[in-house]
Design a protein around this ligand. Structure first.
Ligand code: DQA
Length: 148
């Protein structure tokens, strides 16, 4: 099965950006470890990062037609602002897991609201880069359960 991992704005700067909050791991490191786990779990993982809301929306529209079965998404700042991205993921009708590197609930109040969480299968926040691997593992288990 094909699983899409979407990374929102500023996540291309991981490793350089506020490392006390987001850690030293780069986005390439994260994508490489996801590919390693994908091989182990025998699933296909496609990754996509954009700083542009419309590009993320277009990628979600493409996911409706390209055989994607599950989505892992860190919408980054769009978590707290984007009805448009929420509607795009809703339009896929695909199950998804919302990931945040930081524990957003330990941070500013404006980060406590998400436009995604009430649609998500699960939310992982505060596990750093490992959160993506947890999400991928759970996506594969959840997909298996849905078949039965
Ligand atoms: C983030 C948390 C968001 O509040 C923030 O805007 C980000 C990253 C995280 O992964 O912890 O850019 O989604």
């Amino acid at each position: 099965p094909r699983i899409l991992v979407l990374h929102g704005p500023n996540l291309n700067l991981l490793g350089q950006r506020e490392p006390h909050i987001y850690g030293a791991t780069t986005l390439d490191d994260i994508n490489q470890s996801l590919q390693g786990l994908a091989a182990e779990l025998d699933v296909e993982v496609l990754t996509f990062q954009s700083n542009h809301e419309g590009a993320l929306i277009d990628r979600l529209h493409a996911a409706r037609l390209d055989g994607t079965r599950y989505i892992v998404i860190n919408p980054a700042a769009y978590t707290h602002t984007s009805v448009a991205l929420r509607d795009a993921i809703g339009a896929t009708d695909l199950p998804f897991i919302e990931v945040h590197l930081s524990n957003v609930y330990r941070r500013e109040p404006f980060r406590h609201h998400s436009y995604f969480s009430d649609l998500a299968t699960a939310v992982i926040s505060g596990c750093g880069a490992h959160g993506y691997l947890l999400a991928l593992r759970h996506a594969v288990v959840d997909l298996g359960n849905r078949k039965n």
